[in-house]
Design a protein around this ligand. Structure first.
Ligand code: G4P
Length: 529
């Protein structure tokens, strides 16, 4: 197959949602359609169970299983789909944010009963920041959810994105009768858990047709006609360019568990979702069709078995062809590396691959050479931008309990933070090591791994900070003055960038007001552009 055809038949995306909205269930239905799994329930093992929060080893064990399903590649109607998994647990939100840097679009699942939830908001913020095209799936229509119009309004308002309904529901809960496809003008009647086929479609070219009254009953048919008229009047035609630029999100209604409304979405997805896109780097824009390979590491998965300290780095191919055993340039280390056992994630198993194309994700065995954001090229010196660290929300001071193991501790902290488990800060002009995470669980992970993998025993004491802001200014004098006054709140991140640790929102706002010449950033990205 021609190189350009390989690129244009790829779609790389992630399904994101607030935990429990139905991400795992929808993923599974997609895989069933793609023939990548044969039975329902196969993806469940990938899910971090909501009740397991107190037992992180169980979570890590489950995460271990999830290596195989970190990327799920399957073919559907001759389109090669790379579905990147994101952890559902909120304490691993940063993993999810980083995975979003490696996709070209997302499907956002919203629970029709709960509407927009906390994680939905945060995830959408990241998508907005990156102008990622979003398709929305409003799930659980078989339950008594919010009014459909209210839901649309809530999502638009809370997520600051315009929606464009592609299907429209007829009732919800026990009265849920199906969806009308506004685009192809057909009605799909709800039947629980059937594999939708073309036979289930009832073509309704003209919505005044009496077939609607027969199928839905007079009352529901009347409501549907009114709804459709209203929706058509407000939304008109979907402009694909507005979707591709992240301004408008097409919306589908359905029920993932019942496999209802899923195929309509998947069919539209393969038609409109972006093929692998050009990406910004520190020197220029890199496009998929370029001959030479480039790619970046967006995730590192560690082996929790202390006898095998190997890790797997996930490389998103951005341009050119990745080939087994060929030398590529590791830009940060300025050295050439090659990989004899790279693997891909087709279907269920990890398969060793010979080559991969833009849009693909390749798993590379790593013995400590990679950190998040690392770039591979064929010699050119650049790195991909837009892979930020986000401000952590919980901070703890690291105290070494065993001075004989100081070196091991330092090494462990560096390696674990390279993997993106947490962020490491060093208090300015002191030696206090501070770890910042988005969730409590990561501290448990770090403490456990430091002990079991590096033999370093630490105590972690909570610090009263609420956010870390990277600070910059065109006036260095102002920064120096700020450091002098706010000594105890200043730290350096691993790359030596200055960070202000704010005790509360009030303190942060006060400092912002008092220091108009200093800029406070919530992501580290500012230092990479
Ligand atoms: P997540 O990955 O986003 O966290 O959600 P997941 O798919 O695991 O779904 C969360 C719960 O919602 C599951 O129930 C799942 O069966 C249910 N669910 C998913 N889609 C639908 C739907 O369309 N309608 C209804 N009524 N429920 C749906 P659970 O009881 O937590 O798990 P399980 O016992 O079913 O595995």
């Amino acid at each position: 197959m021609k190189y350009n055809t390989e690129i244009s038949r790829r779609r790389t995306f992630a399904i994101i949602s607030h935990p429990d909205a139905g991400k795992t269930t929808l993923t599974e239905k997609f895989l069933l359609f793609g023939g990548a799994i044969q039975t329902a329930g196969a993806v469940k093992s990938n899910k971090i169970k909501k009740y397991a929060t107190s037992d992180f080893m169980d979570i890590e064990r489950q995460r271990g299983i999830s290596v195989a399903t970190s990327v799920m590649s399957f073919e559907y109607k001759n389109v090669l789909i790379n579905l990147l998994d994101t952890p559902g647990h909120k304490d691993f939100a940063e993993d999810t944010y980083r995975t979003l840097t490696a996709v070209d679009s997302v499907i956002l699942v919203i629970d029709s009963v709960n509407g927009v939830e906390e994680q939905t908001r945060r995830l959408m913020e990241v998508c907005r920041m990156r102008e990622t095209p979003v398709i929305v799936f409003i799930n659980k229509m078989d339950r008594d959810g919010k009014n459909r119009f209210d839901l649309i309004e809530e999502i638009e308002k809370e997520l600051k994105i315009s929606l464009h309904p592609m299907t429209w529901p007829i009732n919800s809960g026990k009265d849920f009768k199906g969806v009308y496809n506004l685009h192809s003008k057909n009605l799909v009647l709800f039947a629980a858990n059937t594999k939708a086929s073309d036979d289930d479609l009832i073509l309704v070219d003209d919505i005044s047709s009496t077939i609607l009254d027969q199928k839905l009953g007079e009352n529901d048919a009347k409501v549907m006609r009114e709804d459709v008229e209203l929706v058509d009047g407000v939304h008109g035609q979907l402009l694909i360019k507005d979707y591709l630029s992240g301004k408008v999100a097409p919306v589908f209604f359905g029920s993932a568990i019942n496999n209802f409304g899923v195929r309509e979405m998947l069919d539209t997805f393969i038609q409109i979702a972006p093929i692998p896109q050009c990406r910004e780097t520190s020197t220029r824009e890199v496009c998929p069709a370029e001959e030479k390979l480039s790619g970046f590491v967006f995730k590192i998965h560690a082996n929790l078995d202390p006898r095998h300290r190997d890790r797997i780095a996930f490389l998103r191919v951005c341009s050119g062809r990745f080939e087994r055993n060929k030398y590529f340039h590791h830009v940060r280390l300025d050295k050439d590396v090659r990989f004899s056992n790279p693997y891909t994630f087709l279907a269920r198993d990890k398969d060793i691959i010979e080559q991969a194309f833009p849009g693909d994700v390749v798993g590379l065995f790593d013995t400590g050479n990679f950190k998040i954001g690392d770039t591979l090229t064929e010699g050119e010196d650049f790195f991909f931008t837009g892979i930020p660290s986000f401000s952590p929300e919980i901070f703890k001071e690291v105290t070494n309990k065993d001075p004989m193991r100081t070196k091991q501790l330092e090494k462990g902290l560096l390696q674990l933070t390279d993997e993106g488990v947490a962020q490491l800060f060093t208090q300015f002009s002191g030696n206090k090591k501070i770890i910042g995470c988005v969730g409590e669980l990561q501290f448990e992970v770090i403490q456990y791994r430091l002990l079991h993998e590096y033999g370093a025993s630490v105590q972690l004491n909570a610090l009263p900070f609420y956010k870390a802001c990277w600070i910059t200014s065109s006036n260095m004098g102002k920064i120096e003055e700020f450091i002098r006054f706010k000594h105890a709140n200043i730290a350096e991140d691993k790359d030596g960038h200055l960070v202000y640790l704010a005790q509360s929102e009030w303190f942060l706002n006060t400092e912002k007001n008092n220091n108009p010449e200093i800029e406070f950033h919530f992501t580290s990205e500012i230092h990479k552009s």
